[in-house]
Write a protein that binds this ligand. Structure first.
Ligand code: ARG
Ligand code: ZN
Length: 472
């Protein structure tokens, strides 16, 4: 409330004095990276995003993407400037309504200088208008925007956001999303969360997707193409939305036979991991030549090649297990990748046992025996594999061996309690391997330093597969 006696001019001068401290040097540029141990330039410093609203228009024929991103955030430092991570061509930036100047720097930084410096704790609305041809952009040698015969896909780890929306691209800064995409009539756009009603006007159809639970930037996906979209529900009523490219050819049958088990698999996983953490679930299979799958939140990305040998419910188990381990509970830094991949692989082992195809003990024995001590497999330390080995098979298989070793050490009762307890303890948040160890020690009442060291941090084959305490 302002007193009427003060003139508007005096008021502006007074608020200016309040906004700028005695020394302008108090305001510093935000860091160009979030300080990740593996990817120091990914993400940025100085602010915390709460919501991304993306309004996009995409032309499959020419790969032209236009967009307006409205980013709601709050500063965490006094800032003279801050960065977003982005590769497309920016036309205009506004910060809290005022035009801001901007420049590009480094491989993927968009440096934004607001008209007036920002005090710590200031709510921000950053509007970025942009356009570009994503397939022509690259950074650090990556170009992970994948064009398809009828559209394109953004789904990769850790780099995928830079090609289609400006962001604070690090899993430590999760936010909610509205993704609205205009595509030519007859083409569909797929993203995370629930689908709001579609609208069509003058040859363009708008698909609007809403994710109102926190989501990491790399788990935010976009697919444009001609898709067959199917719907269903899990036994507890969670809506299922799956989408299949209309051009899957020989992969179509096996892809459908796999994704059609999504509801059954969510139900089964809930028995081990607790209540499914999101309001929708499903996956999509585009007509791409990539070979991986990715646990994009609520809407998993599956390459057709995942179904090259027929139905593959195991990959559905892996990616859906990530919804608890990775998506709801996200890693603090990329070096914590074992929590994602070790547990998603272990869920596949539990599924194998459930299907009568080999128990977790048998699969652990098999992995242990199939890699002799001089196999480089054992030089990868799943607890801190380094950026080059972040997705090495050892992070998955030795990672799951570590989970089995933990189970052997603490016993089934404590193990299944912590398997289910962890996603609840850190729901919608972030946690590290160190946090996991502390939690496992608390739930089991056992010191686990030696076990974690042996299975996750030594660059060598553990002497025996059983619990560490039994062999000491
Ligand atoms: N988190 C994914 C999975 O295990 C791995 C993605 C690897 N990324 C890639 N571009 N190959 O399901
Ligand atoms: Zn995985």
């Amino acid at each position: 409330m302002h007193r009427r006696l003060i003139t508007p001019g005096a008021l502006a001068a007074a608020s200016l004095l309040l906004a700028i401290p005695a020394s302008a040097a108090d305001y510093q540029p935000g860091a160009p990276g979030a300080g990740d141990a593996y990817y120091p330039n990914y993400g940025n410093g100085g602010y915390d995003v709460s919501h991304y609203d993306l309004r996009l228009k995409y032309r499959p024929a020419t790969d032209e993407l236009e967009g307006t991103a409205t980013i709601r955030a709050r500063t965490t430092e006094d800032l003279s400037r801050f960065d977003l991570d982005f590769l497309l061509d920016v036309g205009e930036v506004r910060v809290n309504g005022a035009k801001a100047s901007f420049a590009t720097s480094g491989e993927h930084e968009l440096e934004i200088t607001p008209a007036t410096p920002l005090r710590r704790g200031t709510p921000l609305t950053v509007v970025v208008r942009y356009s570009g041809v994503p397939s022509t952009k690259s950074a650090y040698g990556f170009s992970t925007w994948h064009r398809t015969p009828d559209g394109a896909i953004a789904a990769d780890e850790p780099e995928s956001a830079w090609w289609w929306y400006p962001s604070n691209d690090h899993p430590s800064d999760k936010a909610t999303y509205d993704v609205s995409v205009q595509v030519p009539d007859g083409t569909q756009a797929i993203s995370n969360g629930t689908l709001l009603p579609t609208r069509s006007k003058q040859g363009w159809t708008t698909y609007t997707w809403r994710q109102h639970k926190p989501q990491a930037t790399y788990l935010t996906t976009l697919a444009v193409g001609k898709f067959d979209i199917t719907t269903g529900k899990t036994s507890t009523g969670v809506p299922i939305i799956n989408a299949y490219s209309k051009d899957l050819g020989t992969y179509d049958r096996a892809a459908r036979a796999s994704l059609e088990r999504t509801g059954e698999i969510v139900d089964w996983l809930s028995g081990y991991l607790g209540r499914y953490p999101f309001d929708s679930v499903g996956g999509y299979v585009p007509n791409t030549t990539t070979s991986y799958a990715l646990e994009t939140q609520t809407r998993v990305y599956y390459s057709p090649k995942q179904f090259a040998k027929g139905a593959n419910p195991s990959v559905v188990v892996h990616e859906l297990a990530h919804q608890w381990y990775g998506d709801s509970v996200s890693l603090k830094g990329w070096k914590d990748i074992w929590i994602n991949e070790g547990f998603a692989r272990y869920a596949q082992w539990l599924w194998s046992e459930h299907e009568g195809e080999g128990t977790t003990q048998e699969l652990a024995d098999q992995v242990y025996a199939s890699h002799p001590a001089d196999d480089p497999f054992w030089t990868v330390r799943p607890g801190d594999p380094g950026p080059d080995d972040q997705f090495d098979i050892a992070v998955y298989d030795r990672g799951a061996l570590a989970v089995q070793a933990l189970r052997d050490e603490v016993g089934d009762k404590a193990f299944f309690a912590l398997l289910k307890g962890w996603p609840k303890e850190h729901a919608y948040g972030n946690a590290s391997v160190a946090d996991f160890r502390a939690y496992a020690e608390r739930v089991s009442g056992k010191p686990l330093a030696a076990l974690f060291d042996t299975w996750l941090f030594q660059p060598s084959k553990p002497a025996a597969r059983g619990a560490v305490s039994a062999t000491q």
